[in-house]
Write a protein that binds this ligand. Structure first.
Ligand code: FAD
Ligand code: NAD
Length: 407
């Protein structure tokens, strides 16, 4: 009998950990594993804001996929998934190639939600992928150069839209990065303005009051102008327009007002609910025995009304169960139900501060920042053991990627 083909779509948090666990759980020769990802590097999505401000190096955030997998057990295909033909059990790649599967894992992540607000897609920047984040840094550099020619202050006004975790983390990186970048490029830092705009009455409104206060004070201390209770209604290359009619002249808007599931899954002729692929308690796509979906593109209902949030924490808990269930399905054994255990959340405010809630313990400042480092290191450990942590921290990893910047 031929070996079953397990094909994993997406080499992000969910996809990579599923492949690593399959490598571990499967007996030699029991199945073929294939990972398909757009790029030959795996980026640490939870640290992409650092790429936008150049507070981390490329090789710290983008890791070569061929170096992360065991080539004797896992086959890697660098390609963009176009669609899935469920009747023929084939993945169709952009370019026409088809990859047959017996078991499929859909882990294609998220897209940025723009709510159809005019000008956002065209003119704002997204923290979505390595490339889209790198584009922010290159744009800042371009504005610095242009400012030196025309002294237009809107070139030194940097707006971060959305005061959720992504937004406050991006502000934190800009606070860290801009003084140094200004010095390096001969731009007067005193003319730089960082503006954070949030539609709700405060930043991180879903977090404890003390964490909101800490973040607000952090913004004040670093002269970040915080505008709350105002929605952004429009973005042009030269300005943004707010709900009350206010206009902020700016050439740089980083849009971090929320995410949705990768819309590509709508092409797969699978059920779609709330823009995502609904899965059962075993992480199988509803009514499909051999297709699993995890992470940001999957809809896992934690109760009748609400779904699990799009977080790495969810994807990383789902991946081992998904791998385990595929192995069980191949062996004809019983599947395991997925249960989510929330461990807490920590959001960075630059390198030296963070706010967090772990269990019932509130963290802020340096202790929070330390905890954030521990969480990131734990992920590296899951992915590549102590060797990867050492490689990443000592910066001795091989040059991972040939990155061409594209928005
Ligand atoms: P991803 O990790 O996004 O991976 C999807 C993969 O699919 C990518 O490699 C992508 O290139 C690939 N792909 C997409 N389309 C195609 C295609 N058509 N063909 C081939 N490949 C494709 N969550 C936390 O729990 N804690 C945090 O601290 C945290 N911080 C965050 C910070 C930022 C700035 C952001 C943006 C998010 C953060 N999140 C955090 C959320 C977390 O990053 C996501 O929930 C997590 O990445 C989801 O994992 P995933 O595997 O579903 O998708
Ligand atoms: P989010 O939905 O959590 O926050 C978006 C914010 O943008 C909201 O506060 C919303 O009120 C605001 N907003 C929406 N429309 C607006 C408008 N027109 N004008 C002004 N403000 C507007 O989205 P996010 O911060 O991108 O996070 C996405 C997911 O990633 C979440 O699940 C989050 O928990 C996760 N994440 C986690 C971390 C962490 O744990 N450290 C970091 C980043 C992201």
């Amino acid at each position: 009998m031929s070996k079953p083909n397990i094909v994993i779509l997406g080499g992000g948090y969910g996809g990579m950990i599923t492949s690593k666990r399959l490598e571990k759980f499967l007996k030699s020769g029991e199945a073929n594993i294939t990972v398909i990802n757009k790029h030959d590097y795996h980026y640490l999505t939870t640290q992409l804001h650092k790429i936008g401000a150049a507070t981390a190096t490329d090789r710290q955030i983008a890791l070569s996929i061929p170096e992360l997998i065991n080539p004797e057990k896992t086959n890697f295909i660098k390609a963009e998934v176009d669609t899935v033909d469920t009747s023929k059990q084939e993945v169709c790649l952009v370019g026409g190639e088809r990859v047959p599967y017996d078991y499929l894992v859909i882990a294609l992540g998220f897209e940025v939600e723009t709510f159809g607000i005019p000008g956002i897609k065209e003119h704002a920047f997204e923290i979505r992928s390595f490339r889209s984040s790198k584009a922010i840094y290159h744009h800042i550099m371009k504005q610095f150069n242009l400012y030196k020619q025309d002294q237009d202050l809107s070139r030194l006004t940097f707006v971060v839209a959305g005061g959720g975790f992504t937004g406050i983390e991006m502000v934190g990186e800009l606070v860290d990065a801009l003084p140094k970048l200004c010095k390096e490029h001969g731009v007067p830092f005193e003319k730089v303005k960082i503006v954070a705009v949030e539609a709700a009455p405060s930043v991180i409104p879903f977090f404890p009051k003390q964490s909101v206060e800490y973040t607000t004070q952090f913004f004040e201390k670093h002269n970040v102008e915080l505008i709350t209770s105002r929605k952004i209604l429009e973005c042009t290359p030269e300005e943004i327009r707010l709900e009350n009619g206010a206009v902020i002249p700016t050439r740089t808007v980083v849009w971090s007002c929320g995410v949705k599931g990768n819309t590509i899954v709508k092409k797969f002729s699978l059920p779609i609910e709330r823009g995502k692929v609904p899965v059962d308690s075993y992480l199988r796509v509803k009514n499909m025995k051999n297709i699993f979906s995890i992470g940001d593109n999957a809809l896992f209902m934690k109760n009748e009304k609400s779904a699990l949030p799009p977080t790495a924490q969810v994807a990383l808990q789902q991946a081992p169960v998904c791998a385990k269930n595929i192995v069980a399905a191949i062996r004809g054994e019983a599947l395991t139900q997925f249960e989510y255990h929330h461990k807490g959340s920590v959001a960075s405010l630059g390198t030296w501060a963070a706010v967090g809630l772990v269990g019932s313990v509130r963290l802020s400042g340096l202790i929070g920042a330390f905890m954030k480092q521990v969480i990131e290191a734990r992920y590296l450990f899951m992915l590549g053991g102590p060797a990867l942590i050492i490689r990443q921290h000592l910066g001795v990893s091989h040059e991972p990627v040939k990155i061409t910047v594209k928005q």
